[in-house]
Design a protein around this ligand. Structure first.
Ligand code: T1G
Length: 692
């Protein structure tokens, strides 16, 4: 039987080995589905074939359905039908799972009669992260195999589990120590002539229960905005009552409904935007990164230690330096305390904690930088201090080492100019807490060499970050747009809104925290210092700082905090202070609706995003969205500011901005040319050729 180019087939002593062969991750596109269906149909009646093993080429078993096909016409067999066909084959079909079996890839193996996993196997149903539910029988077969409650958690967590966790659940029948294919072949042989265990026929582990209702309530409370989570609950519950085939039909209908939900489109867009951000326009393909085997972080403050922990967590030896013993000691103690919390929570084993601490050294002075492949500066946000550090590093580090500044808004080219090697310098803007936040803005300097950029992108991935290349300007992308939003917060407070109203409106939009509470968390004095350095006035925030209200650190900011507490409480003194500032600035106060608050916070940000694209500070609208989704808490199910603009309509946004500019006299609110162009091209996605 001829192989197709999407699968391979071999038959050994009566066992047919069918392997998915669709690099890089064996997605189940139309050609693969057709090849598997045709081959299994023939093997079902092939007299020399007694059993079938389903494996895969490459390091990923199967990444599931081809997401690029979603919403488009596709051809039979659809994935649910392909898997249903396993149920009419009366020969054993055993899955050999080496690598990740995700989404439709896991549903494929659920249709098999047994599953053998390799040690490195990971099994999961990430569909909810794409705003859909497992649409190829997973909502019905998984509960039958492992029970309704574990199945609901696996579906709604969206995260894969390792083979050793899958085994006790009954998701796999065995974990092979060595050759997974050989183990699966032996297992298939052992099933010949025995009754076949079809997942669809298992009924002893499903049925209504208080445990299931409790699990359902908890997942619904955790994800109120993701429609796919509620759908998973409904479909697992349907498994209790509906006949299998009727439930499959309901699952299909539900999947198609979700597919066309804007929240689902946003999540899928975000998936591809994150991957597209990894492709740097203008960086020659195959540019080899430089070695990254030893790192030094200059500055043992909160950011410096957080950055150093990223290296230790990735298994890279790292030295954090500062100007005196006490600063270094405090920094290392902070790292140890952070790891201790993870060990206490059970998210880190004591052994892993010890291994990471062993990789994390402390030194006084910068001499250690002489041995480093990469040096990251994380000292005070003042240009003179940073330039002095880089001038000294220039004298110390070896040729070819990468020098990075963690500045959050300063001019990277000016910092690079303090060295004789600007080609080796760029920005690596981590977000606090650096050991947690995934976003990494990679700031490309005017002279940054291509291989230094390639090194930074690979380092970002090695540190488990989402690296996005940005250009040099004040605040790069994220903070530049945040500054625009902050200016609107000030205007809204002056004109009549109160902190609790602003935060309530934007959290209802989907942010987990509003700008006022965020300011209290970060410390209002931080922004106050930065504004005074460049002469920017923020009347209300300045007044709060002048009154010593710096936020959580002083117990008083936009809100009031109980001693040691972090819960914001409305404070009448703030309303009085704001009213006084409004009067002093002769701004009449009025009631402002939540809708106006959300528009005035988001539309100017979108306008600034359009300017950022015009100036090529970001390459794509999707890059801007990846930054706001991963660094600033933009709700994932809303796709990011530029995706949101396409949903709202650029023309409507442009018109509203025109009104805002006229009413406020703030000409910076006039719609950018690219926003107008997006209006004419059906949106930013149409402009930049971003994936759907
Ligand atoms: N569809 C289409 N393209 C995909 C894809 C997918 N499912 N998964 C990855 N790609 C592309 C990706 O964009 C990139 O392309 C290349 O493959 C390598 O990916 C019916 C409806 C498996 C852990 O959500 O999590 O099944 O940028 O860089 O780092 O119920 O890929 O090179 O052009 O990420 O080794 C559910 C998504 C689908 C899994 C491998 N499945 N993929 O990581 O490679 S919906 C998922 C991943 C579904 C059924 C439902 C990861 C990976 P390019 P990569 P990687």
């Amino acid at each position: 039987m001829p192989d197709s180019e999407q699968i391979t087939l071999s038959v050994e002593a009566g066992i047919a080995i069918v392997k998915l062969a669709n690099p890089p991750v064996n997605v189940l596109g139309a050609a693969v589905r057709q090849a598997v269906a045709g081959t299994l149909r023939r093997l079902a009646t092939e007299p020399d074939v007694r059993a079938i093993v389903l494996g895969a080429e490459g390091r990923t078993f199967c990444a599931g359905a081809d997401i690029t096909e979603f919403g488009k016409q596709t051809v039979a067999p659809f994935l649910p039908d392909l898997i249903a066909a396993f149920d009419v084959i009366d020969k054993p079909i055993v899955a050999a799972i080496d690598g990740a079996a995700l989404g439709g890839g896991l549903e494929l193996v659920l249709g098999c009669h047994a599953r053998i996993a390799g040690r490195a196997a990971r099994l999961g149903l990430p569909e909810v992260t794409l705003g859909v539910l497992p649409g190829a029988g997973g909502t019905q077969r998984l509960p039958r195999l492992i029970g309704a409650v574990p199945a609901l958690h696996l579906m709604t967590d969206g995260k894969p589990i390792p083979a050793e966790a899958a085994l006790p659940l009954g998701l796999v029948d065995a974990v092979a120590e060595g050759d997974v294919l050989a183990a699966a072949t032996a297992h298939a042989r052992s099933l010949i002539g025995r009754p076949l265990r079809r997942t669809r026929d298992l009924t002893d582990r499903i049925g209504p229960s208080a445990d299931f209702e409790a699990a359902a309530a908890s997942v619904l409370a955790r994800e109120p905005h993701n429609p796919a989570v509620a759908a998973c609950v409904d479909m697992v519950r349907a498994a209790f009552d509906l006949p299998f085939d009727a439930a499959l039909a309901e699952e299909r209908a539900c999947f198609l409904r979700l597919l066309h939900d804007d929240r689902s489109k946003a999540l899928r867009y975000a998936f591809f935007a994150e991957r597209q951000a990894a492709h740097v326009p203008g960086l020659p393909a195959g540019t080899a990164p430089r070695p990254m085997s030893r790192a030094v972080v200059v500055g043992a403050g909160t950011m410096g230690v957080g950055i150093a922990m990223c290296f230790a967590n990735a298994g890279i030896p790292v030295t954090v330096t500062d100007t005196d013993d006490e600063a270094v000691r405090r920094g290392l103690a902070r790292a140890a305390e952070t790891y201790a919390v993870s060990v206490k929570r059970g998210s880190l084993t004591p052994e892993a904690r010890n291994a990471r601490l062993a990789l994390l050294q402390g030194r006084v002075g910068m001499a250690a930088a002489a041995e480093a492949d990469v040096v990251i500066e994380a000292v005070f946000e003042e240009m003179d201090i940073k330039r002095a550090v880089f001038a000294e590093l220039d004298r110390i580090v070896r040729p070819g080492a990468v020098l990075a500044t963690n500045t959050s808004f300063l001019n990277v080219d000016q910092i690079a100019a303090a060295t004789g090697r600007p080609q080796d310098v760029l920005g690596l803007h981590f977000f606090s807490p650096a050991n947690v936040m995934r976003l990494l803005e990679v700031v490309r300097g005017q002279h940054t060499a291509p291989d230094v950029l390639a090194t930074a992108m690979q380092l970002g991935r090695t540190l488990q970050k989402v690296p996005v290349v940005v250009g040099v300007c004040r605040g790069f992308v994220g903070n530049r747009m945040l500054a625009v939003r902050s200016a609107q917060v000030e205007r809204l407070l002056l004109e009549g809104a109160l902190p609790e109203q602003i935060d309530a409106a934007i959290t209802r939009f989907g942010f987990r925290m509003g700008p006022c509470a965020m300011g209290d968390l970060a410390g209002l004095d931080v922004g106050w210092r930065a504004r005074r350095a460049v002469g920017i006035v923020a009347p209300v925030s300045d007044a709060l700082c002048e009154a010593g209200r710096f936020g959580q650190k002083t117990g008083l900011g936009f809100f009031r905090y109980e001693a040691g507490g972090r819960t914001p409480h409305t404070d009448p003194a703030v309303a009085a202070l704001i009213a006084e500032v409004s009067e002093r600035h002769s701004v009449p106060r009025r009631a402002i609706s939540a809708e106006e608050i959300v528009e005035r916070l988001t539309f100017p940000m979108i306008n600034e995003g359009a300017r950022i694209l015009e100036e090529r500070i970001a390459a794509r609208p999707g890059d801007i969205d990846v930054i706001w989704l991963n660094g600033y808490g933009w709700p994932a199910w809303r796709g990011g500011p530029m995706f949101h603009a396409d949903l709202v309509g650029p023309a409507r946004i442009a018109a509203r901005l025109g009104e805002m500019a006229t009413m406020s006299g703030d000409e910076t609110l006039r719609p950018a040319a690219l926003l107008q162009a997006a209006a004419a091209h059906g949106g930013f996605a149409g402009l930049a050729g971003a994936r759907p």
